[in-house]
Design a protein around this ligand. Structure first.
Ligand code: BDP
Length: 329
């Protein structure tokens, strides 16, 4: 609360100073970027490449700094800050974004994408544009979709092979009601919690498990305190390289073109890095003794998720055609 307050005061103060000193000329921008991940992570490298390209192509008219490791606050807070213009850009999982933008929740429906390739195709095409319009209506400009692979369950108790294995388990989820419904549909107890708190909560038994992609499971050291990783791959959630619409609207058309191109290039770069890191992360957790099990038959998990779709479509009947479009590939 107090952080948000002081940040907005600072923003107003900076805006006032800039208004006085450079009125009438093209305004130099120093963009602030939010990132939840550690510095050596595909998202982080993608964001750094984005800033570098913008700085180079604008001859430093626009510069920027990425604040890694979630030091500027939790993801739900950062999404709000970005909408207000107190943050200029960030990479957000569409999971928590969906709590603000209903369209964005479509990509958080379990098993909505048949594969990561289908996700790329849909997000880069007409379906992605429909989501982008929803984001824009809430003050968020999408510049590209990073890869975050597929999320699977991990816990400290036992291997999960069927939905019944989740029964009675305390599972941490990201901030979106959909994920609470997802765990409850299998008889588990869902706890929405900030990413930064998960390690300690797993360690002390506040939760039994969580779910994430291999690079996040590995880079957070969650594998050290939750040694069963069951490859359910129930969620393929892309991540948005997003800019505050307020920041975007301050740019000249030429600057916007540069920023959009940098967004596209950093997305291509991140997707390449992602593929490599997924393999490296799996190797690392397997080498450290994690018990990984592949769930070959995902049909029981898919069937268990029907109530999640029903609840979502009941609350958002107008999004039915878009959900169908996403399910068509
Ligand atoms: C990671 C996402 C990150 C989320 C995190 C989480 O990259 O944006 O904050 O999962 O589970 O995979 O909170």
């Amino acid at each position: 609360m107090s952080l948000r307050f002081s940040t907005s005061i600072a923003t107003i103060a900076v805006a006032a100073v800039c208004g006085l000193t450079v009125a009438g000329s093209a305004q130099a921008e120093n963009l602030r970027g939010w990132n939840v991940h550690v510095e050596d992570y595909p998202v982080s490298h993608g964001m750094e490449a984005f800033v570098k390209e913008i700085t180079d192509k604008t001859d430093s008219e626009i510069t920027g700094k990425v604040f890694h490791g979630g030091v500027l606050g939790s993801q739900p807070d950062a999404i709000e800050q970005l909408r207000l213009g107190a943050l200029d850009f960030g990479v957000f999982s569409m999971g928590p974004v969906g709590q603000v933008v209903p369209e964005a929740s479509i990509v958080s429906l379990p098993f909505i994408f048949s594969s990561v390739e289908a996700m790329y195709e849909l997000m880069d095409g007409e379906a992605g544009e429909a989501i982008n319009a929803g984001l824009e209506a809430k003050g968020i400009k999408a510049l590209g979709y990073y890869d975050a692979g597929a999320r699977s369950f991990y816990n400290s108790k036992k291997a999960i092979n069927t939905p019944a294995d989740v029964e009675g388990m305390k599972v941490r989820v990201m901030n979106n009601d959909l994920f609470v419904g997802m765990i409850e549909a299998m008889g588990g107890n869902a706890t929405p919690m900030a990413f930064a708190e998960v390690y300690q909560s797993l360690k002390t038994g506040v939760v039994d498990g969580a779910e994430n992609n291999p690079p996040s499971y590995e880079s957070t050291n969650h594998f050290e305190v939750a040694g069963f990783y069951s490859l359910s791959q129930h969620l393929i959630i892309p991540e948005c390289l997003c800019m505050s619409l307020r920041t975007w609207n301050k740019l000249t058309p030429e600057q916007q073109e540069i920023v959009a191109a940098a967004g596209k290039h950093s997305t291509d770069y991140q997707r390449e890095l992602w593929q490599e890191r997924e393999v490296a992360s799996m190797d690392k957790v397997v080498d450290s003794g994690v018990e990984v099990n592949i769930i070959k038959d995902k049909a029981p998990f898919q069937a268990a998720m029907e109530p999640v779709y029903a609840t979502f479509l009941e609350a958002n009947p107008d999004l039915t055609p878009l959900v169908e479009l996403f399910r068509s590939k």
